[in-house]
Design a protein around this ligand. Structure first.
Ligand code: DGY
Length: 322
């Protein structure tokens, strides 16, 4: 390790290509053996006095955490597009820049949302369970039927980069795109999708609903909003667990009001409500939207470059504003 490379600590081990780049750019303590918790990060920050912290969405940098960081810290580089885990005003008050990793994970997140739609619609968990049990039963014309996705009306809540990438993919399935967003998009980005200023007006028209909102603490999907979806609709969330009242979702799945759901995110990660795990019409993945070799490497390298630039007094590529 060279003394002239800036010091950095991180909460994660990265894919090999990113680890190699990290070693070229920064001086780091021994890598964590797995995801590091906030207490470990804080104690390391105090002893190592890094210029940069690299954190995933799973490390909560709240006001107390930020207040306890040594003065050496110039930048918190999030290896995530989501930034709800960082208290941005607290960081700003200490003169610490915050950056994130938009764009590089858009395609993989959109792919995963499509996987959730298809997995839930075509009962991927049930079919896998049948295979693991040895199959061994005859053809049943009316058995284990899923929901056709071709030509369905897909409602997208949050038409940012990922929402638009999902719409792009869904058009390949001849779906009609409806969307709710703070503002309508211009015609170039809208590409014929129908805008609804009020979510409640859109929900009754959705065969499938997919959330692509940034973090927030108030659920968008509640008993009231689930009830507005047509009976037999499909619900997908690859954004954040906090957007959903899980009691309401469980009831909607148990009662059959929803045909099924696909979730990548949960209110209580990494220990989701056990009632969710028991639902046969729920297709689940463990917060894996960006989890490909390529994307995780790109995310880490973008965060390194952001950190490098801030430390060098340059403008980072993707600063967090607001
Ligand atoms: C993000 O980037 O915010 C994803 O949820 C994974 O970290």
């Amino acid at each position: 390790m060279s003394a002239d490379r800036p010091r950095l600590i991180r909460d994660q081990i990265y894919p090999a290509a990113a680890e190699a780049r990290l070693a070229e750019l920064f001086t780091t303590p021994a890598p964590p053996t797995g995801p590091a918790d906030t207490a470990t990060m804080l104690s390391l920050a105090r002893s190592f006095e890094p210029a940069a912290l690299l954190i995933s969405h799973a490390t909560r940098a709240d006001a107390a955490f930020i207040a306890a960081l040594p003065d050496s810290v110039k930048v918190i580089a999030c290896v995530s597009v989501g930034i709800e885990h960082v208290d941005i005003p607290a960081a700003r008050a200490r003169g610490i820049m915050v950056t994130n990793t938009p764009d590089v994970l858009t395609d993989c997140n959109a792919d995963l949302a499509m996987m959730l739609i298809l997995g839930a619609a075509r009962r991927a968990s049930d079919y896998t369970a049948v295979m693991r049990a040895g199959w061994g039963r005859g053809f049943g014309m009316a058995e284990m039927l899923g929901m056709r996705v071709t030509g369905k009306r897909l409602g997208i809540v949050g038409m940012g980069r990922i929402g638009r990438a999902v719409a792009h993919r869904a058009r390949g399935f001849d779906m009609t795109i409806l969307y709710h967003n703070r503002r309508p998009l211009g015609p170039d980005q809208e590409q014929g999708a129908q805008y609804f200023a009020d979510l409640r007006d859109m929900l009754p028209h959705c065969d499938i609903l997919s959330l692509h909102l940034p973090g927030g603490d108030q659920p968008v999907m509640t008993r009231e909003t689930f009830a507005l979806l047509p009976k037999g609709a499909l619900f997908v969330n690859a954004a954040r667990g906090a957007h959903v009242d899980e009691d309401a979702l469980i009831d909607a799945l148990q009662s059959g009001h929803l045909f099924g759901a696909g979730l990548d995110v949960y209110r209580n990660e990494p220990n989701p409500d056990p009632r969710l795990l028991a639902l046969p019409n729920l297709f689940m993945t463990p917060h894996m939207g960006s989890a490909t070799h390529e994307t995780r490497t790109d995310m880490a390298c973008l965060a390194f470059e952001n950190a490098r630039r801030v430390i060098a007094g340059e403008t980072p590529l993707t600063p967090v504003s607001g």
